[in-house]
Design a binder for this molecule. Structure first.
Ligand code: ADP
Ligand code: MG
Length: 439
């Protein structure tokens, strides 16, 4: 077990955030914070002013929850505002000189992108583009839901090109940053300079093109740059939360984006999610049993970023509490992240199979009329669960138990309901059954 190192948590949080914020934001908002105290129940942070507190809570609540103690879904953080000697006007965004080489998230590489049947195609498309920029798919348009690895693939292309095609001139930019840059150049009357720069690029990587929607003037400028690059066979890669046809952009822009390969990132299948999870856990030095890994992957299924959040939270918890993880503990720690299994209808048959396993009796025995103690008890538990979880009439449910009457079902339900608060073993078995059923 890892020794509880309190300050470590803060350092891990900083490391995590540094990868997700730009350098200016990080310097302005996070660097000035000091940790005064961290206990398993509370964190005390010293902030230079009230804005830092608001900024953190408004923008990074989820990340805070992944690293620090929480109460009722809120981070348990006490912010103490440092007395300022001289009241300086707040300068939230001082200009920091821009680096000319693109900055990529160091962990967003092809090597770190876990592959499975669901994402093999998109990974090889991205690798194809990185290998032979401008010569395979142009543009490559990657679309899909939040947290599914679009930016990861975009930066992987960036890393690869930086390493293997050193001479190529590349720019990686978010659509928001592109717009901001354009605004700055308009203000300084230097738009031509910006245009010239963009049109001489060999590779342009653009993240989150959906932010170009409803920004007509910017769209036109972007479209011109786009056409100029494509006509010179220079590579463009774009990510978006929707396919081109669903973006509220001009027909001209949409048609251009559909010229090359439009590829979709989808939710990874269960095995790939487990592999991602194990990989991220290993990198954090966290040991997960396969039971726990499957449990998390079964309950967080449509967002890889949340899987990462879960691992960070578990790792922080282990360090703070110095505790061995079990499925029950994991379920408690991650309660706010876990999704119910896809809304599938639970049937009496599902319940019979599940109870037969947990109580080690046969389904035919539960359906039959044996009064043997173990069998009768398993039957009553199955009836209790069926009444709780199956949305059909009592008569119909009862008839699925080998033709029992609805009053037998009701009797069983009442008996188990009464016994539940007094019988710990029964309580745990029922909890396990519900979990297996995804209820
Ligand atoms: P998006 O841009 O689609 O919202 P990101 O690229 O930011 O998502 O990915 C969210 C997180 O999930 C990142 O930390 C990324 O490394 C991770 N991730 C997504 N897919 C994979 C994968 N197949 N293998 C490893 N990590 C992944
Ligand atoms: Mg992204």
């Amino acid at each position: 077990m890892i020794e509880c190192d309190k300050k470590n948590n803060w350092h891990e949080f900083l490391e995590f955030m540094q990868k997700r914020m730009n350098a200016t934001e990080f310097e302005n908002w996070l660097a000035p914070i000091h940790v005064l105290q961290i206990t398993p129940d509370e964190v005390v942070l010293e902030v230079p002013n009230i804005f830092v507190r608001e900024y953190l809570l408004e923008n990074y609540k989820e990340a805070l929850l992944n690293f620090f103690p929480a109460c009722k879904g809120e981070p348990c953080i006490d912010f103490i505002v440092k007395e300022e000697k001289k009241k300086k006007a707040l300068q939230p965004f001082p200009k920091i000189p821009q680096k000319s080489t693109p900055l990529f998230n160091p962990s967003y590489t092809f090597e770190n992108y876990i592959e499975g049947p669901s994402n093999q195609f998109i990974k090889s498309a991205a690798m194809g583009v990185a290998n032979r920029p401008g010569k395979s798919f142009n543009p490559l348009f990657i679309h899909g839901g939040v947290g599914l690895g679009k930016t990861h693939l975009l930066h992987s292309i960036g890393h690869y090109v930086q390493k293997n095609h050193k001479k190529l001139k590349m720019k990686c930019i978010t659509t928001e940053a592109f717009i901001n840059e354009l605004v700055d150049h308009l203000r300084n009357k230097s738009v031509d300079k910006m245009k010239r720069f963009y049109r001489t690029l060999d590779i342009l990587l653009v993240d989150d093109i959906q932010f170009l929607q409803n920004r007509l003037n910017f769209e036109e400028e972007f479209c011109n740059t786009f056409e100029s690059l494509i006509h010179q066979n220079h590579q463009i890669v774009i990510t978006s939360d929707k396919p081109p046809s669903q973006l509220k952009l001009s027909e001209r822009m949409i048609a251009r984006m559909e010229w090359g390969l439009v590829a979709n990132v989808v939710t990874p299948d269960l095995e790939t999610r487990v592999a991602i999870l194990q990989d991220k856990a290993e990198k954090k030095g966290l040991q997960l049993t396969s039971d726990i890994a499957f449990f998390i992957a079964e309950h967080i299924y449509n967002n890889v970023r949340q899987i990462e959040g879960a691992i960070n939270r578990l790792s922080a918890y282990c360090k703070l509490m110095n505790m061995e993880l079990t499925v029950d503990i994991v379920e408690n720690i991650l309660a706010h992240l876990l999704q119910k299994s896809v809304d599938k209808k639970i049937t009496v048959d599902d319940i019979l199979k599940c109870i037969s396993q947990i109580f080690e009796v046969r389904v035919t025995e539960i359906r039959g009329s044996s009064r043997h103690k173990n069998i009768a008890f398993a039957r009553q538990v199955a009836m209790y669960l069926a009444k709780e979880l199956v949305s059909e009439s009592l008569i119909k449910i009862a008839s699925n138990f080998g033709g029992k009457t609805h009053s037998t079902l009701l009797h069983a339900w009442k008996k188990i309901k009464k016994e539940l608060p007094e019988n710990d073993v029964l309580f745990r078995k029922l909890k396990m059954a519900k979990r297996q059923l995804g209820a």
